[in-house]
Design a protein around this ligand. Structure first.
Ligand SMILES: Nc1ncnc2c1ncn2[C@@H]1O[C@H](COP(=O)(O)OP(=O)(O)OP(=O)(O)O)[C@@H](O)[C@H]1O
Ligand SMILES: [Mg+2]
Length: 295
């Protein structure tokens, strides 16, 4: 088993280095590579999580294909032998953890859909009885299902945390017509994803989509319905009124809470059992969702 922390074997301009992904510029298209890096509280750890990059990339690939009749997506190919500009020579390193995608003009908004009450929505609800300014029924508990899936956009901050905005603030930002396009597409994708996940014993509590356009056509881009962009909960363990166990970083968070790390750089070094259990949890998410073991 080999892990990948860096992608400096790629000799092309690096467009974006995220906490987890490295994106290379190919002109009208891009190569997105998902590494095995892991972060918590915005700090990236020194250790890698075996197979994490492959799990995240493969889950996205699965959903892009599953939802392509609802919204077109940015994927050109996930098969490195088809990649351009001599990238096929790195096929062994890229296989399973990369995508060749079309470059889109991205909307400056994160399209969050919430089906259950958690995270920043829970905070706002407790303070004012609303989510993104929308009045909610009283008496909802943490983790409860919302009466209907709620579109809850946020800004895309370059630094610091994204800020939740109302639908009318989104309209001011990108125009009424596009705001409605994003809302409708987000709700449809969430509903398709949540219904499928539920059949597999998983609750899709909430998720974040990123859209762009290519020649005016709406495109779902970035990653899709992964444990990094979504809250997946185990249906058999679900109990509103308390925090649910998260599918990805549950062991990491529990272990971090047992340390006195102050949540700023540098991160502490991870014990072997936390690394292995976290890796297993990611792989479990993949096999529950797709019904297959990771290749
Ligand atoms: N098809 C696409 N065309 C253009 N830009 C895209 C496309 N797909 C994704 N993006 C953008 O590429 C970037 C990917 O960066 P990535 O998510 O890896 O790092 P980040 O958002 O900077 O940090 P983080 O690790 O916190 O997510 C995002 O800004 C996303 O909006
Ligand atoms: Mg991102």
């Amino acid at each position: 088993m080999t892990t990948q922390r860096n992608t400096d074997y790629i000799d092309l301009p690096l467009l974006i280095k995220g906490k987890v992904r490295d994106v290379y510029d190919l002109g009208d298209s891009m190569l997105m590579i998902v590494t095995d890096r892991i972060s918590a509280f915005d700090v990236v750890f020194e250790e890698c999580i075996p197979d994490k990059g492959k799990v995240l990339n493969s889950i996205s690939a699965f959903w892009f294909d599953y939802t392509k009749a609802i919204v077109n997506n940015h994927v050109i190919s996930t098969d490195p032998s088809e990649y351009p500009m001599g990238l096929d020579k790195h096929a062994d390193k890229l296989r399973g953890r990369s995508m060749w995608v079309k470059k889109a003009k991205m909307f400056p908004a994160e399209c969050i859909v919430r089906g259950h009450l958690e995270g920043s929505a829970l905070k706002e609800y407790k303070a004012s009885g609303t989510i993104n300014g929308v009045e909610m029924p009283s008496g909802l508990r943490q983790g409860d299902r919302l009466p209907e899936p709620l579109f809850s956009p946020s800004t895309k901050a370059d630094e610091g945390h994204d800020i939740n905005i109302t639908m009318s603030e989104l309209e001011d930002l990108i125009g009424k017509e596009d705001a409605n396009r994003l809302k409708d597409a987000s709700i449809s994708l969430y509903q398709a994803g949540a219904a499928y996940a539920l059949e597999k014993g998983l609750i899709l509590a909430d998720t974040k989509f990123e859209f762009g356009t290519i020649n005016g056509e709406l495109i779902i881009a970035d990653e899709m319905l992964t444990p990094d962009s979504s809250r997946f909960w185990d249906l058999s363990d679900y109990e509103p009124g308390r925090p649910q166990k998260s599918f990805d970083k549950q062991y990491l968070r529990e272990w971090l809470e047992s340390t006195d790390w102050d949540k700023t750089y540098p991160a502490p070094s991870l014990p072997e059992d936390v690394i292995l259990k976290t890796s297993e949890k990611y792989k479990e998410a993949y096999s529950l969702l797709t019904g297959k073991a990771l290749q």
